[in-house]
Design a protein around this ligand. Structure first.
Ligand SMILES: *Cc1c(COP(=O)(O)O)cnc(C)c1O
Length: 395
């Protein structure tokens, strides 16, 4: 068989490799504690599941859904944006439900990228922005995210010849993996930059509801002119613990939404309708669960931050997102550290370099770890540190 270059050149998806290693250890009976995966451990709230079960019983929901989704769902999305961000959206032209936001993030490259075209992609980043660019035949140009610049891209250093060929600019705040946040001034600057250089902006914002200490992230759609220049992806996965149900949305520029709808109508047949009804319930029903979940994550965040700083993995408490981006101690690469922790104490962290070259020097720990595992993992980390310190002292 002759596979396409497109497939042969694909890098392995980071978490597939990590999951394989964990499974191998667990099969040998080892007790592994994983801080690696950003998948809420708390179940989907029961009022949402009740709605899903009811909708599943209704035969009208057993048939092919429309690509554009139920009109009630698009209206629920528009209503949520209005209440949460004060952003008005045309539910028919500026909202498109997705089979999880990853699906839309992956497919939108097909709307912009022809062979040889460039997408500006942050580094480190969620891997789908660059992979979807490559699958479409294009080339990612990486914008480094470094701590000195608060993990925001430095737009002024992108070379002019790159900008001329670039069609798309990816950003994502609150950020995975760095947990950095952006304010409205940054989003305003991004829109201006896009206007100057004729770029479409894709903002990936699945963590806008996961925030701590009373902080409320802003939406890219609140920026002046955002709707002229771009779209925002959002998801019910992280806000309502719905990763397993696969539902998200993209909102904003009508021309972009229409192009993506045309691509999708040729590739998929929409989101199972019972799940769309569950999403309507999530967006329009009680929002109390968001505060409840954030309180749990915030408590875990504080426990993890304390231990990390005491064992030499320097980290600041994030204002938002499900992640802690911790510095690797002197003498380690991120892969060395992740490998040592797995081999020596059965603790899994994600090496930062897996998210791009500028992720080197960091590891990512997720807050989606059940409390009992969290306690066990942190006590192992403390023990690991004491043993290392003793070992050094004896040398
Ligand atoms: C989790 C995540 C997504 C995907 O969410 P789904 O809606 O479940 O597909 C997209 N972008 C980032 C940065 C994420 O962390």
């Amino acid at each position: 068989m002759k596979m396409s270059k497109r497939v042969e050149n694909l890098p392995p998806y980071l978490f597939v490799e990590i999951n394989r290693k964990i499974a191998e250890k667990r099969a040998k009976g080892e007790d592994i504690v994983s801080f690696a995966i950003g998948d809420p451990d708390i179940p989907t709230p029961s009022h949402i599941i009740d709605k899903l079960c009811l909708a599943a019983q209704d035969p009208t929901n057993h048939r092919y859904p429309e690509t554009a989704g139920l009109s009630e769902l698009r209206q629920a999305v528009a209503g949520w944006y209005e209440r949460r961000f004060g952003v008005s959206l045309d539910a028919d032209k500026e909202v498109l439900p997705l089979i999880g936001s990853k699906e839309g993030v992956g497919h939108i490259a097909l709307c912009f990228i022809d062979s040889g075209d460039i997408a500006l992609v942050p580094d480190p980043a969620y891997p789908v922005y660059s992979v979807s660019t490559m699958l479409a035949g294009g080339r990612p140009y990486y914008m480094p995210l470094v701590e000195e610049n608060n993990f925001l891209p430095d737009l002024d250093v992108i070379p002019a010849d790159i900008l001329k060929r670039a069609k798309l600019l990816w950003i994502s705040y609150p950020n995975n993996p760095t947990s950095a946040v952006a304010d409205i001034d940054f989003f305003n600057r991004i829109v201006k930059f896009a206007q100057q250089h004729d770029l479409a902006i894709c903002h990936d914002g699945p963590y806008s509801e996961v925030a701590f200490d009373g902080y409320q992230p802003v939406s890219f759609m609140q920026a002046d002119g955002a709707k002229q220049m771009g779209v925002e992806f959002h998801s019910l996965s992280k806000s309502y613990n719905m990763t397993g149900w696969r539902i998200g949305m993209v909102v904003g520029n009508a021309e972009i939404i229409d192009a993506l709808k045309r691509v999708k109508s040729n590739l998929d047949s929409g989101i199972p309708q019972a799940i769309q009804y569950a999403a309507i319930e999530a967006l329009t029903g009680s929002q109390d669960c968001i505060q409840e979940h954030n309180a749990i994550y915030q408590r875990r965040r504080d426990l993890i931050i304390d231990v990390l700083n005491s064992v030499g993995l320097e980290a600041k408490p994030p204002k938002a997102s499900l992640y802690i981006w911790a510095k690797v101690p002197e003498g380690y690469t991120s892969i060395d550290l992740a490998t040592d922790l797995l081999e020596e104490i059965g603790v899994v962290v994600t090496p930062g370099v897996g998210y791009g070259r500028n992720g080197e020097g960091y590891v990512r720990l997720s807050l989606t770890i059940p409390d009992a595992d969290l306690a066990k993992g942190l006590s192992r980390l403390s023990g690991w540190h004491s043993k290392r310190s003793q070992h050094k002292a004896n040398k």
